[in-house]
Design a protein around this ligand. Structure first.
Ligand SMILES: Nc1ncnc2c1ncn2[C@@H]1O[C@H](COP(=O)(O)OP(=O)(O)OP(=O)(O)O)[C@@H](O)[C@H]1O
Length: 511
């Protein structure tokens, strides 16, 4: 490898590593709503996916363009000295082509973004057709032919966008090639007369013509092509800059603070909220109060706003009106470290980490947790039976990424997620219905267990199964974005409202 190649390789590795790390860090620090908002999510995906390739090609294009300019400069000098007007003519004709190349490069990049939207959908459909996750449903519902049809539609949409863009590019570039060749032929034609009259020698004529054609080739092919690619890289850098300007969560990497006390009172006061970029108000003047060491259940129909309420409580959004107060202090004034120390949460779609079961639980307390503590939660959650069957016990990798990996059942994965939350140091434990894979009785058992081990802690859980809600000290019924009923299980049954109606319809599940 030539020395320049070696230097290029070294620089490229350094640049790529620096940017890759910076992009990963930035992603981790982004304010949560960027992830849920489609436009910013697409930008995040775009910038994060092929960082290495884009940076490498941008770097290559820059060095290529430098080299081409040096070569053009030397040929141009020869031509200027010999026939200045020929050099001027070529340069003049090349300027609009240069501009065309920049526009083509930008258009190519924009088209690739448009095509990507269809490709992403096509990739998803491809996954449905061949992925592991839905192999059973694929056989059961026999939807492969229909999905395949949709896949082809999406694939060809993306293909057509790419093809049309490439065709435009090709036509433009061919056109520029023809124009500049005509210019060179014109120069040759004009020089024939001085050659015939002996004003210039045949040697001089050949050297001028070869310089002119060389210049035209460099201007119309190499320079235009590289400029177009550079314009694409420039568009990527533009995206990268928009990405780096996205707002960040202050103190995103802060560890849970040590000095946070369990809150005595959490209060929602007239809280209203619409997701960023939408007009639909999800929470409407919601009011409620939660007290220390009590266990609360939020119930209500799908879409009532229960999970949204939790997202606000743990600080994922702060663009609500009204106030959320923790012992009288506004939630917006809490640091990330304090919020992390306050709340731990198990989401409906909790993560299934494909690492050892020990680490999968241990990351719930990244500051360090003893094996004894991990074993305690394992015992409490009845996971010891599962672990005793694993070939490498606590060190067995979960999932199927590794050859030695072992998959768990839906309910077992949920217990691992709950265990992770239980070993965290936070003072308020929240379960946002992570128990959907369990049957109603097993779900009730998990909540009873959770209730028992969280005796001295504040807990909140969301559930649709009211047999589980029974154990809560107080139940909040959320409907249409606000609290419509609250009280103990018995109080709500006696009230004969929505809760009583819902419980009646579910009674058979627990018989
Ligand atoms: N990121 C989002 N952007 C826009 N709207 C959203 C977003 N997330 C949720 N919603 C909407 O907010 C409403 C309330 O959703 P939420 O998840 O809080 O309901 P829920 O009571 O927890 O429902 P479920 O019991 O089905 O989980 C729904 O209409 C939902 O479509």
């Amino acid at each position: 490898m030539a020395l320049t190649g070696l230097v290029r390789e070294k620089l490229s590795i350094k640049l790529t590593e620096t940017f890759r790390t910076a992009v990963a860090e930035k992603r981790a620090k982004l304010e949560y709503y960027h992830v849920e908002y489609n436009d910013t999510w697409e930008l995040i995906e775009r910038v994060g996916k092929n960082t290495t390739e884009w940076l490498n090609s941008g770097f290559d294009n820059l060095t290529d363009i430098g080299k081409i300019f040096i070569r053009i400069g030397s040929v141009l000098t020869i031509l200027v000295v010999q026939v200045w007007w020929a050099a001027l003519l070529i340069v003049t004709f090349s300027i609009p082509l240069f501009w065309l190349a920049i526009r083509s490069g930008k258009a190519n990049y924009k088209a690739s973004i448009e095509a990507k939207k269809h490709t992403r959908r096509a990739d998803y459909l491809q996954d449905l057709l061949s992925g592991r996750e839905n192999v059973e449903e694929r056989a059961l519902f026999d939807y492969s032919a229909e999905i395949n049809k949709r896949y082809k539609e999406k694939y060809f949409k993306a293909y057509n966008i790419d093809f049309i863009t490439q065709r435009h590019y090709f036509v433009k570039m061919r056109g520029s090639g023809i124009i500049t060749t005509v210019v060179s032929i014109f120069i040759a034609g004009v020089l024939i007369s001085p050659l015939a009259s002996g004003e210039i020698t045949i040697g001089m004529f050949t050297s001028i013509i070869s310089a002119a054609f060389g210049l035209v080739r460099m201007m119309s092919l190499e320079l235009i092509n590289t400029t177009s690619n550079l314009a694409k890289s420039h568009e990527y850098m533009h995206d990268l800059s928009a990405f780096s300007n996205l707002s960040e969560t202050l103190g995103a990497f802060d560890l849970p603070s040590d000095n946070v006390q369990e809150p005595k009172c959490i209060e929602f006061s007239n809280v209203s909220f619409a997701y960023p970029g939408t007009d639909l108000v999800i929470l409407k003047n919601l009011n409620l109060k939660l007290f220390a060491k009590k266990h609360y259940a939020f119930v209500g129909v799908n879409g009532a706003g229960k999970s949204t309420l939790i997202k606000l409580l743990v600080g994922l959004y702060d663009n609500y009106t009204g106030d959320i107060l923790i012992d009288g202090k506004n939630l917006r004034d809490f640091s990330q470290g304090e919020l992390k120390a306050l709340f731990s949460i198990v989401y409906q779609d909790f993560a299934k980490y494909q690492i050892s079961i020990k680490d999968s639980i241990g990351i719930g307390n990244i500051q360090g947790v003893s094996i004894q503590k991990i074993m305690d939660v394992i015992n409490i959650l009845g996971l010891n039976d599962v672990i005793s069957k694993l070939p490498e016990g606590l060190n067995t990798p979960l999932g199927r990424i590794k050859d030695r990996g072992v998959d768990l059942s839906g309910g077992e994965w949920q217990r691992v997620a709950i265990a992770r939350s239980l070993i965290s140091r936070s003072t308020v434990h929240i379960l946002d219905e992570p128990t959907a894979a369990l049957d109603p009785v097993a779900e009730s058992e998990i909540y009873e267990l959770f209730d028992k081990i969280s005796k001295d802690k504040s807990t909140i859980f969301i559930t649709h199964r009211l047999g589980a809600a029974r154990i809560a000290d107080e139940i909040f019924v959320i409907a249409d974005g606000h609290v419509t009923e609250h009280g103990t299980h018995e109080e709500l049954l006696n009230k004969g409202g929505i809760y009583a109606e819902m419980f009646e319809s579910q009674r058979g599940w627990y018989a």
